[in-house]
Design a protein around this ligand. Structure first.
Ligand code: GUN
Ligand code: FE
Length: 444
């Protein structure tokens, strides 16, 4: 991981004066106007959260000691984001024609991912992508690299934060220029899982391109190394038809009735598994996901209509998912989704559900873009929000004019629904990004 590009701070308590929002649940968060977050030093250069509350109270409690004050009192602080599904190797295909998922993959995405075979190209791109991540405030999540093992190594090396990363496995129905044998695929999993343990994610690209043998053997390696597992599930109807048509011809799968059943039979469903999308799932599939404690990454900007720069996959039913007690969190799905900022993802989530009046609030979106992701990655004791005892991972934003009777919902709405704002502006909303109390990005 990269070192912070910051000057050395001394090791005093640090009091950050700011307004802040601290998400806790779908409909619970604290909004503190004129607040302060008190940080305590840990080790050489990092900080954890010691206390937070109204500014006068914090100074009364902690101000007698020698403290360093950081004045963000005209700004808004929120926790850093977790993006629970993105492809770091799809930067250049975000805005390619997206009339159909399978066509977008074979025409644009796979040829582009093949470029990452070149280590120098991949290394330059990883550095750039790492910079983008801190700029948009994403310091954790679940990431897909290309099938080349070094593209996982590079993401692990360059990205700042708490990411799980995996190389996509493609040993069938894949183009000649982007495929490996089952044996080669498994070898890469063994090497990388052993090296990165719980930071590695076994990543079958999706059922059509990854043989059941590779999924099964990979799952066993993942379990042995406490690694995660991630793949795509039921993103579009055409994809489901395609998957079933392939698997009906495979030995042992002749009778499978659903996409989820394929993954169940290949042993990849577990409490450490994250399924991308899951839009078209029957009750019995949802039951299977719940039973196996599998989580879902919902990617609203990727699923959005083509005119909104998505793949037009459909609307995810988060209420139903919650009814089945399935954990879920938000993801950008770059390049299925067009923009990296989780603000854009949150806004799309709220706006696509607006007419339904189904509880898709900004407050919920913030929880699902932060703590919910940390919970899925088992990192919620140390990250995901601003609770006492966690690492000081936070973003400084311009504060909209916060009045007395403002709520989390109205503040986020003011922030994200500014009429003058373009979609791309959301990628540049963050003014400062702090990870473990260290400054990694400043806008100016
Ligand atoms: N299904 C299989 N591969 C992909 C991918 O790269 N992006 C999306 N959105 N869906 C997929
Ligand atoms: Fe994806």
């Amino acid at each position: 991981m990269k070192k912070a590009a910051t000057k050395k701070y001394n090791r005093r308590l640090r009091i950050i004066c700011c307004d802040y929002i601290n998400p806790q649940k779908d409909n619970k968060s604290s909004l503190q106007r004129n607040g302060a977050i008190v940080l305590t030093p840990v080790g050489k250069s990092q900080f954890k959260i010691l206390d937070l509350g109204p500014v006068e109270k914090m100074f009364k409690k902690h101000g007698q000691k020698e403290v360093e004050v950081m004045d963000f009192s005209t700004q808004l602080v929120i926790p850093t984001f977790f993006d629970m599904h993105f492809h770091w190797v799809q930067d250049a295909v975000r805005l390619m024609p997206k009339d159909s998922l399978l066509e977008w993959l074979s025409k644009y995405t796979w040829p582009y991912e093949a470029k990452f075979k070149d280590k120098k190209y991949a290394s330059d791109k990883a550095k750039l992508f790492a910079r983008e991540l801190v700029r948009v405030g994403t310091l954790g999540g679940a990431c897909y690299s290309s099938l080349h093992a070094h593209s996982t190594d590079l993401a692990m090396k360059e990205f700042v934060g708490d990411f799980i990363v995996g190389n996509v496995l493609m040993d069938m129905n894949s183009p000649d220029y982007l495929t490996h044998s089952t044996k080669e695929g498994l070898k890469s999993v063994e090497t990388l899982a052993k090296k990165y343990k719980e930071r590695y994610a076994l990543t079958p690209r999706f059922a059509p391109t990854t043989s059941p043998e590779l999924m099964k053997a990979g799952a066993s390696v993942a379990r042995k190394n406490k690694s995660f597992i991630q793949t795509h599930l039921s993103e579009t109807k055409n994809e489901i038809d395609y998957v079933l048509s392939i698997y009906k011809k495979l030995k042992g799968f002749e009778k499978v009735k659903s996409y989820t059943e394929i993954y169940e039979k290949t042993d990849i469903l577990s409490s450490k598994t994250i399924m991308g999308h899951g839009i078209y799932l029957s009750d019995s599939e949802l039951k299977t996901l719940a039973k196996t404690k599998t989580a879902i990454a919902h990617c609203p900007t990727s699923n959005a209509p083509v005119k909104e720069l998505g793949l037009g996959s459909g609307l995810f039913d988060f209420n139903k998912t919650e009814k089945f007690k399935i954990r879920w969190a938000l993801g950008s799905d770059i390049g299925g989704g067009p923009f990296l900022s989780m603000f854009d993802v949150m806004k799309s989530f709220v706006q696509q559900n607006k007419k339904k009046k189904n509880g898709a609030t900004y407050e919920k979106a913030l929880y699902r873009a932060t703590l919910a992701g940390a919970e899925i990655l088992n990192l919620d004791k140390e990250a995901g929000n601003l609770n006492v005892g966690k690492w000081a991972n936070f973003l400084v934003l311009p504060a909209p004019k916060i009045k007395k009777d403002e709520t989390t919902e109205s503040v986020l709405k003011l922030l994200l629904e500014d009429k003058k704002q373009q979609r791309t502006d959301l990628d540049f909303l963050v003014e400062h990004t702090f990870y473990k109390g260290e400054l990694f990005y400043s806008k100016v």
